[in-house]
Design a protein around this ligand. Sequence first.
Ligand SMILES: Nc1ncnc2c1ncn2[C@@H]1O[C@H](COP(=O)(O)OP(=O)(O)O)[C@@H](O)[C@H]1O
Ligand SMILES: [Mg+2]
Length: 434
Amino acid sequence: MTTTSALARLLRPVVPLPPELSINEVAERLLTPEHKAFLSLPVVDAESRPLGLVSRTRLQDIFMQRFGRDLRGRHPVREVMNPEPLVVSLETSLEDAAKQVTGQLQYPITEDFILVDAEGRYCGLGTVLDLLKAMEARIGQRNRVLRKALVDLKESQVQLLQSEKMASLGQMVAGVAHELNTPLGYVKNNVQLLRELSAPIFELARAQATLAGCLADPGCDEERLAAALRDAAEARELAAPELLEADFRQLFGDTLYGLEQIAELVVGLKDFARLDRAMSEEVDLNDCIRSALLIARNHIKDKAEVEQQLGELPRIACAPSQINQVLLNLLTNAAQAIDGRGLIRIRSWADDDGLYISVRDSGRGMPPEVMAKIFDPFFTTKPVGQGTGLGLSISYKIVQDHGGQIRVASEPGRGTRFLISLPHLRVAAMKRSA
Ligand SMILES: Nc1ncnc2c1ncn2[C@@H]1O[C@H](COP(=O)(O)OP(=O)(O)O)[C@@H](O)[C@H]1O
Ligand SMILES: [Mg+2]
């Protein structure tokens, strides 16, 4: 039989003893250099079935006795062998073999173990030392594999965090693009209109300049003067500047308003996506709320009224873009939980213990079995493409990293409330602990 088991590699092909051999002969064999690594020699029958093991210590015991060699040396070895040696099949795995061997190990170790094939025929000896070495090597290898798995796991976690960030960034960019489009559209219209409406005024200016030129020129004849007068009057009628004035004021006002809205969005976007300098900044969390609301506005506006009650907050050390990510996720979840039209209330306040932000929605709410899992990575009740199931687990981690807590209360049909609490963290304290 050919075998490639790990045990086969430990097999030492020791020539077995026939049971009729005398104790003296066995003792001589054990003393040869080729057997010096062995604690015992195997005894097998004519069919290669193991019968027993003769251990070195057993023989030594006999020969230590007075006249031991003379009295017993001629007896068959069968008399002194262990008739119930440890027999391990070569097909056993290394781990199971180790379990089997160590389970029956006697201290001090006096015997090796016999390795047999699937039919139970003798193949060779195994030593406990070899077995332990092989186990040690295997454990070392497993450790390396585990360490590698751990590194891979950490990497994929980083990638997941990144992909959820990209997903919310994608949502955000789509929302902001939409928000920008509306003012951009009417700013463009207004500017086109202003260009058309201003053309006759330039005509008028030109006609009036020609007329003024004529009046100032002593050589200008009656005919040219009359034509210039006529042109100027016509141009004035066409341009009707007294009517245009109100339109212009309106158009410029609207255009400026649109541009201000665009500027506000751009600033909000910049605030929202700014790269944090670790937690080295002291931030007004209300700014984070406003910034997240601005970004989520497009997502929310068709689903819910937003009610804000933002209390006075002391500045705290935090990573604002991470807090923004948490708030954006809570707001998005709230909007997604609302069927038809509802209400989202966002409140902030502070007391001696910390700062609080609560996000409450009038949406579907959730049963206890869903609530128990919402912070688990990948748990989502949303269809593919709408939910990654990572938002809340990441939010949980972010809030925890800030030394805070995120809690939830919900009732099916009545809505959900998330409460974030954060401690009063100062930059100086962060630096001390870093
Ligand atoms: N405001 C909420 N109302 C009802 N259910 C919610 C609310 N927020 C979260 N959930 C539930 O928690 C799940 C996990 O949320 P989250 O981690 O943000 O992942 P995702 O939004 O991608 O599904 C959601 O699929 C939903 O079932
Ligand atoms: Mg979510």
